[in-house]
Every structure is written in C-alpha cells, then in structure tokens.
Ligand binder design. Sequence first.
Ligand SMILES: *C1O[C@H](CO)[C@@H](O)[C@H](O)[C@H]1NC(C)=O
Ligand SMILES: *[C@@H]1O[C@H](CO)[C@@H](O)[C@H](O)[C@H]1NC(C)=O
Ligand SMILES: *[C@@H]1O[C@H](CO)[C@@H](O)[C@H](O)[C@H]1NC(C)=O
Length: 394
Amino acid sequence: MRGYIFGVIVLLKYCICDDWHDFDGDIKDFVVGNRKLFVLTDHRLHQMRHDLYEEKRKDITNATHGNRVNILVPFDTNGTLITCGTFEDGYCEVLDINDITNSIYYESKILVGPRQDEKSVAFIADRYLLVGKKDDDAKPQDTIYTVVTLRSTLQSQQGGIFSKNAEMSEAIIESTVRDVEFVNGFQQVSPSESYLFLNTKTDYERKVLVLWMNSSKRKKTEIIRSLQAATIRCCSDKVRPVLVASTVIPSVNSVIWAGVFSAQNQQDPENSALALYDISNVQGHVNGFCAYGENPCGSQSGSELQPLNVVFKYSSMSAVAAVRTGPWIVLFIGTSDGQLIKLVLDEKFTAGCPIVLYKSDDERKVFPKMHFDPVGFKHIYIALKNQVRFKNVQ
Ligand SMILES: *C1O[C@H](CO)[C@@H](O)[C@H](O)[C@H]1NC(C)=O
Ligand SMILES: *[C@@H]1O[C@H](CO)[C@@H](O)[C@H](O)[C@H]1NC(C)=O
Ligand SMILES: *[C@@H]1O[C@H](CO)[C@@H](O)[C@H](O)[C@H]1NC(C)=O
C-alpha cells in the first residue's frame, strides 16, 4: 500500500503533462507576469496560475456599459498589471498583479490603446509605458500622424499617471504614413533599449520597419529623440513585405531577432518565411518617421537589414517564440492551421528537421503571441481560439 501511494505521489510530482483550459469567449490577448498568466477575452480578464488553474476573474464589460480592453501590460517590478480600455472616452486601470479584482488606480478620459479593434503594441520601457498604434484621431486633412506615445507610469504634476506630456513637448513619434500596423516590440534590458516592429503601407509599396530607442535616457524627450529606424527585407527568393509575428532570441553579445514574413498569398506553399536578423545596430532613419516636431519628418539614411538566414518556409506561419539551450536555438512555430512546430538551429543558424509537437483537430489558428512559463522555461503556452494550452518543451 505504501509503495502504491508513493507511486501516485511520484506521478503527480513528475507528470506535469500537457494541459489546456477552455474559456467562454475567444482569446483577444494573453500575457505572462513573473508568476501568472493573464488571459483576456471579450468579456473577462482571467488570472491563471502557470498550471492554468484559474485564480481570479474580472468582468470588463456588461449589458449597460460596453468596453473593450486594448492594453494589457504586466509591470512586474511595480507589482501591477496595467489595463486600459475604450469605456466612455477611454480609461486606464492599474490592478494588483497578484489579485486582479483589487483595483489600485483608475484614470478616466484617456485613450491609450486603439479605438478600433486593431493591432497595437505596448510594453514597459524602463519606467514608461511605450505604445505603438495607428492614429485613431487623425482627420482627413491631416498629413502627419501620431504612431508611438511614451507615457508616464508615475504620478506627475501634469495630472494623471498616464500623461504623454514631456518637458514643453509631447513624447511622441510621428509619421507621414497613415497606414501602419504595429506587430510587436520589446525592451532589451541592460542596456535598456526598445524595439518596435511594424508594417507600413502606401499607394506604392508595403514595408516592414524596426524603430529603436535608447530607453536608458532619463527624460522622455531624450528617449524619443534617440529614435533610429531601418527597413527589414525578406527575402531573396521572393518579396514578403508583411510581418506577421516575431520574437527576440536570447543572445549574449548581439540582439538576434526572428520574424515571420508573409507574401499574402495563402495558395503559395512558401507564402511565409521565418528569417533571422542581427538587429544590434539599428542606425539611420526612414522616410516619414521622426520625433515630435521634426520638419521635414525623417529622410532615408542607413541601410536595409538583410537576413542572416532564412530557416523555414511554410504556407501559413502565424506565431514564433525562441529559447536557447546550450549552443542551440530552439524555435517554436505556430501555424494558421493549428500546428505547433519545433525547429532546432545550430550555432551557424542552420535548421534541423521540423518536428510537429501538436496539431489541433479543427485547424484553429495559433494566436501570434506565444509565451514560455516564466519560472523554468519548461512549458510553452499557446492560444487557439478560446483555448490556452501548454506543452512541455523539454
Ligand atoms: C507603482 O504603482 C503604485 C500604484 O499605482 C504607484 O503609486 C507607484 O508610484 C508605482 N511605482 C513605480 C516605480 O512606478
Ligand atoms: C456595468 O459596469 C459599470 C462600469 O463598471 C458599472 O458602473 C455598472 O454598475 C455595471 N452594471 C451592471 C448591471 O453590472
Ligand atoms: C543610451 O543612453 C545612455 C544614457 O545617456 C548612454 O550612456 C548610452 O551610451 C546610450 N546608448 C546608445 C547605444 O546610444
């Protein structure tokens, strides 16, 4: 009997198997904090333990008050989760990261995320909240648009916490291109540098851009003025001018980044390509992107970024994430037909054989963001429609 119980305990302890959780609405966003996962659907925000046990939930809309949460950013060093939404004229609410039902601060009449249901990016850059999105408030006669804002996260004399004001200026990046779509971004710590990746579209062409800022500068205006930008090209076999998803690859002496690029032709078996780039030195400017008030706004200088290697091609990749184990890079690739694929690269960025780790029965698209468990990087979380799954990756 004792042996039997021991066996059960050993099983429970070591079989942290693949698991999933179904939500009662489609997943709009999900993020990880130091200890928890936060999953956003149309109606609720859910606080999950890393084994996908639901700890708390918070309604974000109800029959009388429509609301869409459009910013969801964990601010771990402050023990808070920043949420913003469209309720009334927009608002932001700071929640306790260990208990999302505990509201710490509320600011009304402020629209931080997109008004429409569009892609945007938001993350903490040092002590500011960096937000990239299409300009919702542009008028038809406008020729210059606000595409990036740098907001405070501390109470200031100017009023609310989330002010975008800077010393006699506005902490914004402007663009003469109206049609921008922010795909993602991240902050590299020590030294603190921020990267944003976006698609642009004009009558003539589509392009993928990277914007870089030095977020270790003290003042907001200094961070904005440190802007550097470059065009990212993919690839030599065929032009794929739209970025679908991307990830930074943990590296020691350089910043290696992987992007999924699409030629926007689902019939093509090589429609999407996964390419690696060294983005350690983004230098120069691109036409039509500049710090607030610069006139004319940005003129082309510097060179285009070309891939170090193109490691995978497939009809429809939709997501990518990466870890390093020893000398190898392990890439996890999500597809629009519901597969999770593992691809191992050697030191020279040469890919081994792809391995399918998971395939959904009903071909659900893998949500562009995938996350590793923050504690041991032993699991990857993927979202498929109304479901979050985790897969053991070791
Ligand atoms: C953390 O959040 C609290 C509550 O909103 C705020 O008072 C405090 O200033 C914040 N700290 C930092 C470093 O942002
Ligand atoms: C709906 O939400 C608003 C704002 O949070 C709240 O004031 C109101 O009481 C809620 N109504 C119901 C019926 O729950
Ligand atoms: C970023 O700003 C800091 C503080 O001004 C400076 O020391 C550092 O050299 C800058 N980094 C780059 C890459 O320009």
